[in-house]
Ligand binder design. Structure first.
Ligand code: AHM
Ligand code: MG
Length: 324
């Protein structure tokens, strides 16, 4: 039974990075505990506020954000943080070299109905120049630069799924001792799948290429894709990506003509990039439909990106529809 620190040491992760990851995990354990208490802790429901994306914040969005922010900005190896729930990036109190972005509680529409949610995080190195910690441009690096990425899925068990560039490991929170214990390593996504995940109610807002792919999936064995597809939609990206890591599948939150950027709902720096690193590290693929997500150059910390990720051969099919 290996603990997280033993796995990180075996992977040759620098001690400073390990201390940053540890602080993320400390906050996540606290979030896991609060979610378990649920209604008893009096923390369900919405706040009066909206985040920078114009979404109503749940009380737990705010609590989770504060737990992560407070611990990370005091970490001596963190230079600054960026969060879905913060309008601007926040400089740390110390001159560290790592930048951490996170979605403190993804899928938060699921909180009040007691379904799975998760925390997503991504770690970059700050550029070696004289830009200040409160200069947001230090974050604007593509996803290939991530030195670690992961999520904690708060489901029937709390699971930490993480990569430091050496494959994907899964740890289960042993609630009797409060430690994440390695329960699976070398995760590999099957290359083929006949299971897709997409919010079908948005169909009229998609590009013709995506409409065509889904129409062809729905035709089953008789259609051009020649397979009978199954569909799943949890409305929690962490749960969705976890299912794909476990048994394959394809997840899409595509281009959508409602948003001014037309990029759909998900955010590049703390949703698209970390999930793409995990999926690629597990042998899957991740694309906007036109290019690899991790090659997209961010213009701002809250940029949105169309997401197509999962089993390699199925993602390649969706990319081929877009190339037609
Ligand atoms: P959030 O970060 O505000 O929770 O939104 C992201 C979530 C994803 O977890 C999920 O894939 C998607 O929103 C679900 O969206 P929809 O409500 O359109 O089904
Ligand atoms: Mg989110």
């Amino acid at each position: 039974m290996k603990r997280l620190d033993q796995v990180l040491a075996a992977d040759g992760v620098p001690a400073e990075l390990e201390l940053v990851i540890n602080d993320v995990i400390v906050a996540c354990k606290d979030i896991a505990f609060k979610l378990r208490q649920g209604e008893l802790a009096g923390i369900l429901g919405a706040t009066e506020d909206e985040n920078v994306q114009g979404e109503t914040q749940k009380m737990l969005d705010v609590i989770s954000n504060d737990l992560l922010k407070d611990i990370l900005i005091d970490n001596p190896y963190v230079k600054a943080i960026g969060s879905e729930e913060e309008d601007y990036t926040v400089a740390s109190t110390t001159p560290g070299k790592y930048l951490v972005t996170f979605d403190p509680l993804d899928g938060s529409s699921n909180i009040d109905v007691n379904l799975s949610v998760g925390t997503i995080f991504s770690i970059l190195e700050a550029p070696e120049d004289d830009r200040a910690a409160d200069d947001q441009s230090i974050f604007l690096q593509n996803g290939r630069k991530q030195v670690a990425a992961g999520y904690v899925l708060y489901g029937p068990s709390a699971l930490l799924v993480m990569s430091t560039g050496n494959g994907v490991n899964i740890f289960t929170l042993d609630t009797t001792v409060g430690e994440f214990i390695l329960t699976k390593s070398g995760v590999q996504i099957p290359e083929d799948t006949a299971e897709f995940a997409i919010n079908m109610s948005n169909q009229r807002f998609w590009e013709p290429e995506m409409k065509q792919y889904i129409d062809d999936c729905l035709q089953g064995e008789e259609g051009p894709l020649g397979k009978r597809y199954n569909m799943r939609w949890v409305a929690s990206m962490v749960a969705e990506v976890h299912r794909i890591l476990m048994r394959g599948g394809i997840f899409m939150y595509p281009y959508d003509n409602r948003d001014p950027s037309k990029a759909g709902k998900l955010r590049l720096m703390y949703e698209g990039n970390p999930m793409s690193m995990l999926v690629e590290q597990a042998g899957g693929a991740s694309s906007t439909g036109r290019m690899d997500i991790m090659d997209v150059a961010p213009q701002g910390i809250h940029d949105r990106v169309p997401v197509v990720l999962g089993s390699k051969n199925e993602v390649a099919k969706v990319v081929a529809y877009h190339a037609k």
